[in-house]
Design a protein around this ligand. Structure first.
Ligand SMILES: NS(=O)(=O)c1ccc(O)c(NC(=O)NCCc2ccccn2)c1
Ligand SMILES: [Zn+2]
Length: 258
């Protein structure tokens, strides 16, 4: 195989922005036929406590629903994970139009939005900020959203969005259980990757659920009426907050056979 690989100039930059020397950047296009079925991949064990839900924060890139990670009540373990990881926040990525929005793609198929449930390895690290910069620091569950029936569980979140229209606004948000956004089919792909936004650190074990959840046009419109900009500045709708797919390089995507 080595002889068939053409030598690339060491300084060759991939045609997309990628951190200097990054070898495991996210998101990627998942080619299902090239994924490896791994019988040792068990189902994820996900348990969230709605009382850990604290607030929604518009950080000027997405809106984050933030959780109290001082206890051990909202955790994910099993599957490809060696330890248990605590839920810190979840957020979404979406497009200005329905033909774009997700960060990961499946055989080049794009979804209009993608949910990221962000967890950090509390057995190995003391804080989220430490975990972001560490190998096996984070586990992010990605769930695709497709347009269809209104998602009843999501409506509580949608109703709170006007209160965080502007960058740097927050609103108290409690008693929300993110389990309502996990598909009933627990099959997933998993691969080693990175944050998809700066600092794009290569600290993430990605778990991408194979089946999408459905949500309504009006709910997606509510996402699109958020603003990138703070109060008093030029209005810029928060849309197209997704990164382009990155080269797979020397990685294998594993798939469950549940
Ligand atoms: N999109 S993702 O990979 O799930 C992810 C998860 C946890 C994170 O902290 C981040 N990135 C993050 O918080 N960056 C600091 C704020 C920021 C800076 C620049 C662009 C977007 N967001 C991304
Ligand atoms: Zn994200």
């Amino acid at each position: 195989l080595a002889c068939s690989q053409t030598a690339k100039p060491a300084n060759q930059q991939s045609w997309q922005t990628q951190i200097q020397g990054g070898s495991r950047q996210s998101p990627i296009d998942i080619r299902s036929s090239e994924s490896v079925h791994d019988p040792q991949l068990t189902p994820l064990s996900i348990s969230y406590d709605p009382s850990d839900c604290l607030q929604i924060w518009n950080n000027g890139y997405s809106f984050l629903v933030e959780f109290d990670d001082s206890k051990d009540n909202s955790v994910v373990s099993g599957g490809p994970l060696e330890n248990h990881y605590k839920l810190k926040q979840f957020h979404f990525h979406w497009g200005a139009e329905n033909n774009r929005g997700s960060e990961h793609t499946i055989n080049s198929l794009v979804y209009p939005a993608e949910l990221h449930l962000v967890h950090w390895n509390a057995e190995k690290f003391r804080t989220f900020d430490e975990a972001i910069f560490s190998e096996n620091g984070l586990a992010v569950i990605g769930v695709f959203l497709k347009l269809g029936r209104k998602h009843d569980g999501l409506q509580k979140l949608v109703n709170a969005l006007p209160a965080v229209k502007y960058k740097d606004s927050t609103v108290e948000f409690s008693n929300f259980n993110p389990s309502c956004m996990i598909p009933s089919c627990l099959d997933y792909w998993t691969y080693p990757g990175s944050l998809t936004t700066p600092p794009q650190t290569e600290s993430v074990t990605w778990v991408i659920m194979k089946k999408p959840i459905e949500f309504g046009d009006d709910q997606l419109s509510a996402f699109r009426s958020l603003l990138f900009t703070p109060f008093g500045e030029k209005l810029e709708n928060m849309v197209d907050n997704f990164r382009q797919q990155q080269p797979l390089m020397n990685r294998v995507v594993r798939a469950t056979i549940l």
